[in-house]
Design a binder for this molecule. Structure first.
Ligand code: PGA
Length: 251
């Protein structure tokens, strides 16, 4: 059975005191959940303290971005080795906010994905279409190209050690969730596309849904056959909501 994963994406939120309270509550709330893989992807400065709090618990941690380069005169960048220094398990690559606000294209995202895997990190590769693309019926093509860039550079087998997150851009932070069926249709499209190249890889691939997942809609989304958990923004900052979402993995 493939792994189901709920990962929090804190984005640029948090401070030392709030993080501490939030994580202690989350750890207490998810301890004892069966089959629940849970992680939080936090801003870089907090990795040290997050590691201290989460070490030995059943909550993993990671970052929200990483450099494609190993090291060098690259002011402001953070390398995969630095993330490994803080025992990160995951790193998000190609989040739509990175793509749209910081100009990351498919090629750069694929390079970051490769760098992450080379260092032993599990990339959470975000794909998804804008509203305009959905309305012009190009969503599938956009997602196909996003995946193709990675598969061309790293090979389809690389998805054995990765997570894909389908995040329709129109659903992120807007309160507009894709309906379970809408999300399922895209997840199935993604899995079938990969299966055409390697059925075993497709079968084992964790495909998360992201975009306004909340405590009150997680269970119906996660019940769909090709939805293997979620990437959670806003609701990951509220302990009770995040715990409810993690609990929905068990249903
Ligand atoms: P949201 O964000 O849950 O706040 O919509 C999801 C994401 O951007 O990963």
């Amino acid at each position: 059975m493939r792994k189901k994963l709920v990962a929090g994406n804190w984005k640029m939120h948090g401070n030392l005191a709030e993080n501490n309270d939030l994580l202690n509550a989350v750890v207490a709330g998810v301890t004892g959940l069966r089959d629940a893989n849970v992680a939080v992807c936090v801003p870089y400065p907090y990795l040290a303290s997050v590691q201290e709090i989460l070490r030995g618990t059943n909550v993993a941690w990671g970052a929200q971005n990483v450099s494609q380069f190993d090291k060098g005169a690259l002011t402001g960048e953070v390398s995969t080795a630095m993330l490994k220094d803080f025992s990160c398990t995951y790193v998000i690559v190609g989040h739509s906010e990175r793509r749209t606000l910081f100009g990351e294209d498919n090629k750069l995202v694929a390079e970051k994905y490769v760098a992450a895997q080379k260092a032993g990190l599990i990339p959470i590769l975000c794909v998804g279409e804008t509203l305009e693309q959905r309305e012009s019926n190009t969503a599938e093509q956009v997602i196909e190209e996003q995946l193709k860039a990675v598969i061309e550079l790293a090979g389809v087998e690389s998805l054995n050690k990765a997570v894909v997150a389908y995040e329709p851009v129109w659903a992120i932070g807007t309160g507009k969730t894709a309906s379970p069926q809408q999300a399922q249709d895209v997840h199935e499209f993604i899995r079938k596309g990969i299966a055409a190249q390697n059925e075993i890889v497709a079968d084992g691939l964790t495909i998360q849904y992201g975009g306004s997942v909340k405590g009150n809609n997680a269970a119906e989304l996660f019940a769909m056959p090709d939805i293997d958990g979620g990437l959670i923004g806003g609701a990951s900052l509220v302990a009770d909501d995040f715990i409810t979402i993690c609990s929905a993995l068990q249903n």
